[in-house]
Design a protein around this ligand. Structure first.
Ligand SMILES: Cc1cc2nc3c(=O)[nH]c(=O)nc-3n(C[C@H](O)[C@H](O)[C@H](O)COP(=O)(O)OP(=O)(O)OC[C@H]3O[C@@H](n4cnc5c(N)ncnc54)[C@H](O)[C@@H]3O)c2cc1C
Length: 647
């Protein structure tokens, strides 16, 4: 010490560091350090956001991509750049010259903010704004009982407007496709590697051998879940395990994985298209609506007519054309091109080239909005209370909070109805929605979704406005009812007829399953200590129009569902994949349109039976599978080679 003390300045420094810090300095450092940490992360998040928005702006203007308006012949043409089409186009452009024709433009910048999505469905610039035919004996909250069916119209398709829930489906969904088509390539054992290769997984089950990392699609944990822990606890009380529904789906409750990165939506535009802006093999024609596929005399698909900025154009494909316009527009394009039921085509003076059941087999997950379940604590999202400047800062700084939430959906549950004897293949889907009732929520929903104004829904919500609450979106996971898509005209710009035919199955199983699902949701809130702790109870008011039914009776729930049914936005099945010789098949198990050459369909329309899940993930898998099948058939570009299918 004595030698140290001889060093000039040592003693004063020792004195300084051994003196207790004055209280104000401690307070100052305790507040400034986190301040600077937050400031740093805010800055980097701002930079990310800035980069994302400026790249979106460049992209909207088309500055950052190849322009080659002179080229009109390509190895492959992909029509429709949605969930599946983006994957097909990106994968094929790894080795071929590809033209992607997409009706919309780039995603709307606000779609990146998850909570905004609910305000953007049905927005004309990014949505097709479809409505169904009048629903049979149901749908009284919809104008003339016509339910609105939003569908994304932009690069990324419906993955730009969906709720980002990431769910693959049940292994049996895919095994069933394999059994039905006789093609093992669709079994879960064979499609799981495709799901894994799609994923850049950072979700709740990170590290599991069932997930992949480094793939194009970013998946993260949902960042906002004010009452998910109660939901999971309640599930356990009712005997439902907490499990990863994307490994081996089975009965159980799960926290939510979402297609997001840092709290921003991660669509197939971001995963598959954006990284290919500098890929000279991929040409994208936005704002281009395909109206007809052309064939040569041997029924080989050779080109596409499309309207780009209202100018009629034609592009030819040396090898194949892949239609990925989704479950409404893929059948429509086939019908307009002369492939479909002869009787229907005759009625529109369209020459039938191949008589197939295009447009039939339409399936959807019809949904009942169980609730509201009123809660005695602040564990739901109430916009007037929770959407504060602090919440906005939290989102900008950390990508967390209510703005990162898909409408308050924060967990899922899968259960089986009494009819279902395979508990490992549930048939009821539940989404736990931590959503309180804001003052004008009913009216806003009516406007955004295109419902009747001042319908039963807004009255129903008004009874309990400004309350914390939860809802459960309950859907029939494996419906038996089948609807159809038909042409309404031979004018390609006229919307098609959509009839989902909900609850039309013989024996009424779909309605019964939905009622059982809603009854189970009531049990979750009223019969578990987890929710009793929160004072949970079903709102006591009758849904308008159902006052004559005893509350919670079976007949009440039937009335409730018939008054206020919704779509889970999962149309599928309208270009059914099946065995080559089966009269219902539109495409074979390699997705080739039967009776043609060089033409495939790859999107949610090919599902022979709808998956027991939200459909974005399985649809992207279909796109990836299609790219594999095409690459397999065209190892080298050899234009002489045609893949021929005969009926
Ligand atoms: C509001 C909403 C919420 C949803 N929530 C979820 C969810 O949380 N999780 C989930 O997994 N799934 C969800 N889904 C469903 C899922 O997003 C869709 O099932 C999936 O995106 C369908 O993919 P697709 O490739 O079949 O069709 P789309 O993604 O709809 O793509 C079709 C593309 O083709 C284009 N197109 C159509 N016709 C033509 C034409 N003639 N010429 C050129 N281009 C054309 C369209 O503009 C569109 O971009 C939701 C869907 C919606 C609408």
């Amino acid at each position: 010490m004595s030698t140290l003390s001889s060093i000039p300045g040592f003693l004063p420094i020792l004195e300084l560091i051994s003196t207790p810090l004055p209280a104000f300095l401690i307070t100052l450092s305790l507040t400034t350090i986190p301040y600077f940490v937050i400031k740093l992360s805010v800055t980097s998040q701002y930079l990310d956001l800035f980069r994302m928005l400026s790249s979106n702006l460049e992209s909207q203007l088309g500055y950052n991509r190849k322009h080659n308006s002179l080229q009109n012949e390509f190895d492959f043409i992909v029509v429709g750049g949605g969930s599946a089409g983006s994957a097909v186009a990106a994968r094929l452009s790894e080795q071929y010259q590809v033209l992607l024709i997409e009706a919309g433009g780039d995603p709307h910048p606000l779609t990146y903010v998850p909570l905004m999505a609910e305000a953007l469905v049905n927005l004309p610039m990014i949505d097709w704004q479809y409505t169904t035919e009048p629903l049979n004996n149901s749908g009284f909250v919809w104008p003339n009982q016509k339910m609105s069916w939003p569908r994304g119209k932009s690069l990324g398709g419906s993955s730009n407007s969906n709720n980002m829930i990431y769910m693959r489906g049940n292994p049996e969904d895919f095994n069933n496709w394999a059994r039905y088509t006789g093609d093992e390539r669709w079994s879960y054992a064979n499609v799981e590697p495709i799901f894994k290769r799609m994923e850049d997984y950072d979700g709740h089950w990170k590290g599991s051998s069932h997930h992949g990392e480094g793939g194009p699609l970013r998946i993260e944990k949902s960042n906002y879940d004010p009452s998910a822990s109660y939901w999971l606890k309640a599930g356990k009380e009712l005997g439902k395990r907490v499990l990863d529904q994307n490994a081996f789906q089975s009965e159980g409750f799960s926290p939510l994985d979402v297609t997001q990165k840092g709290g921003a939506r991660f669509s197939t535009f971001r995963g598959y298209i954006e990284p290919n802006f500098n890929n000279p093999n991929l040409t994208i024609h936005r704002y281009s609506i395909a109206t007809k596929i052309h064939f040569d005399s041997g029924m080989k698909a050779i080109g596409v007519t499309y309207y780009r900025h209202a100018n009629k154009k034609y592009a030819s494909a040396k090898n194949e054309i892949i239609i990925s316009c989704g479950a409404i527009n893929s059948p429509k394009l086939l019908l307009l091109s002369g492939i479909g039921p002869k009787e229907q085509l005759d009625s529109f003076n369209i020459n039938t080239l191949v008589n197939l059941k295009v447009g039939e087999n339409l399936q959807d997950h019809v949904l009942g909005m169980a609730g509201p379940f009123l809660l005695g604590k602040n564990v739901s999202f109430l916009r007037f209370r929770d959407l504060t400047p602090i919440a906005a800062t939290e989102y900008l700084a950390l990508g967390k909070g209510p703005l990162s939430s898909p409408s308050g959906i924060s967990a899922t549950g899968l259960i089986s109805s009494q009819q279902n004897d395979n508990k490992n293949w549930p048939d009821i889907l539940m989404m736990h929605v931590a959503r309180g009732i804001d003052k004008n929520m009913g009216k806003e929903l009516e406007q955004v979704l295109g419902m009747k104004l001042n319908s039963g829904l807004s009255k129903f919500f008004e009874y309990n406005a400004m309350n914390d609450s939860n809802f459960v979106f309950v859907a029939v996971g494996r419906p038996k009812s089948r609807g159809y898509i038909k042409l309404a005209s031979n004018d390609p710009f006229v919307k098609p007829l959509i009839n989902p035919n909900y609850f039309s199955d013989e024996g009424g199983a779909d309605l019964d399953v939905l009622i059982q699902g809603i009854q189970f949701a009531v049990k979750v809130y009223e019969n578990t200590t987890a929710f009793k702790e929160l004072g949970a109870r079903l709102a006591p008011n009758h849904f308008p129009g159902c006052e004559d039914h005893a509350m919670k009776s079976r007949s009440y729930w039937e009335c409730f569902i018939r008054q206020n049914p919704h779509t889970m936005f999962h149309p599928s099945g309208t270009c059914k994949m099946g065995p080559l010789d089966h009269p219902d098949s539109v495409v074979d198990s390699e997705l080739r349109v039967i009776g043609t050459k060089g033409l495939r369909v790859a999107d949610s329309s090919i599902m022979p039976f709808i998956c027991n899940a939200n459909l974005n993930s399985p649809t992207i898998m279909i796109g990836e599978m299609c790219a594999d099948l095409v690459k397999n058939d065209w190892p080298n570009i050899t234009p002489e080679k045609n893949v021929t299918i005969t009926v």
